[in-house]
Design a binder for this molecule. Structure first.
Ligand SMILES: NC(=O)c1ccc[n+]([C@@H]2O[C@H](COP(=O)([O-])OP(=O)(O)OC[C@H]3O[C@@H](n4cnc5c(N)ncnc54)[C@H](O)[C@@H]3O)[C@@H](O)[C@H]2O)c1
Length: 386
């Protein structure tokens, strides 16, 4: 059993702690944070050892660092962990800068260490069923498509929303990883991107927490429209925005030569997947409730447009699958070539917007291997169907 030490004891930690109850190879033993209170509280709540960042990095008992710090600290913490000869699994994005993420990839391969990255949502029931439909050629060759993530921004509920509106934040870095990873899983690597971003207001109002009613400054664009060309020639249009109150669009639609598919929320694990065939044919919803990582397990309505009140959330499968890959000497699905390519697409989208030109991506990657139900079941501690 590999021992995992967590750095970053914030909001998302609870979700990983829940993953320990689902997956049979997750063993969280210690935690650390620059905020000592957060470290202490987390350690007490989950009965793990509180350590300083230095101590956790030097603890010989710990094999893997789970990096749950804020995006702006991902590089620093992942680098320290790799330098300390620990394997790393990091939340999305891999880093806020492509060049730093590339250093991490090189460092991991030089030191012969596994480096994995969220998102792992594409390994869910919905993402994998969509992949099967595309791979089976059920809707033919995908030529075009679109996706949307749009909501008003985190200032409505988050007491400290500033980092989302400063360098290293923004809608493409925050939500791009889910949509871009899902697209690469379905279509393969991207070739080029044209993006256009806009900052509509210089300031925003805190709507929650102790600073409610005060204003904070917006330093970066808050809405992006983009066109991505993939190596397989598919052309996909995207809209990612912190400037929309309500909308009624599907998360992602892809159009093929024999039909069309509505891909479920790339931020979640469930379904249904919706498909239609020839011109004018009915849409057919295919449920993934019978899949081990597709069954609804949370009820949590954020109020955002097109976000279902019931969701399937099995975050942690990417880490469990990485550990299984380490033990079986295999490439992991949430690997750093995939995450670097996704970060390349994120950075090129923003670069294209500031330069007002089409940008060719610097990287490519392989489509991750599909993850079958039987492989998932081997990693499960519980029957998610019960
Ligand atoms: N909150 C979510 O719903 C959610 C969902 C999916 C992914 N994520 C990702 O998870 C990561 C963490 O998000 P969060 O919402 O938990 O953030 P958070 O701000 O609630 O927690 C981050 C924690 O990291 C600590 N930290 C920051 N810099 C550090 C450093 N240099 N060394 C040690 N500790 C440090 C902070 O003190 C804080 O406790 C982000 O990458 C985010 O993109 C979050």
């Amino acid at each position: 059993m590999k021992n995992i030490g967590i750095i970053g004891c914030g909001n998302i930690l609870e979700t990983y702690m829940r993953a320990e109850e689902y997956f049979n190879n997750l063993n969280f033993v210690a935690c650390a944070d620059i905020n000592l209170d957060a470290t202490k509280k987390t350690a007490e709540q989950y009965n793990i050892i509180p350590l300083s960042v230095d101590e956790i990095l030097n603890d010989k008992n710990i094999d893997i660092i789970l990096n749950l710090t804020i995006p702006q600290a991902h590089y620093e913490i992942s680098k320290l962990a790799l330098d300390s000869n620990k394997h790393v699994y990091c939340e999305k994005p891999m880093s806020v800068k492509y060049s730093d993420a590339k250093n991490l990839l090189n460092l991991a391969s030089k030191n012969n260490l596994y480096l994995g990255n969220a998102p792992d949502t594409f390994l869910g029931g919905g993402g994998q069923l969509a992949r099967k439909i595309v791979d089976n050629n059920d809707i033919g060759q995908i030529l075009t498509g679109n996706f949307v993530f749009a909501f008003p921004g985190v200032q409505d509920f988050h007491p400290n929303p500033e980092s989302w509106f400063q360098e290293g934040g923004g809608p493409v870095i925050d939500m791009g990883p889910y949509f871009f990873t899902t697209l690469v899983n379905l279509l393969g690597p991207a070739k080029s991107v044209t993006g256009r971003g806009m900052k509509f207001f210089e300031n925003r109002e805190y709507k929650a927490g102790p600073k409610k009613g005060k204003m904070f400054s917006v330093d970066i664009p808050t809405s992006y429209m983009l066109n991505i060309e993939f190596h397989n020639k598919a052309m996909i249009q995207g809209f990612i925005s912190f400037d929309v109150l309500n909308h009624k669009r599907n998360h992602m639609e892809l159009y093929g030569t024999n039909g069309s598919i509505v891909v479920p929320d790339p931020n979640m694990f469930g379904g249904p997947v919706s498909i239609s065939g020839e011109l004018g044919s009915e849409w057919r919803d295919i449920s993934v409730e019978d899949k081990p990582l597709g069954k609804t397990n949370i009820i949590n309505h954020s109020g955002r447009s097109n976000e279902a009140p019931k969701q399937a959330n099995y975050r942690g499968i990417g880490l469990a699958e990485m550990i299984d890959s380490m033990e079986n000497n295999r490439k992991h699905r949430c690997n750093s070539e995939l995450a670097l390519h996704v970060l390349d697409l994120i950075e090129c989208t923003m670069l294209s917007s500031s330069k007002m030109e089409d940008i060719q991506l610097r990287t490519t990657c392989l489509k991750p291997e599909p993850l079958g139900d039987d492989s998932v079941k081997k990693l499960l501690k519980v029957d998610t169907q019960k």
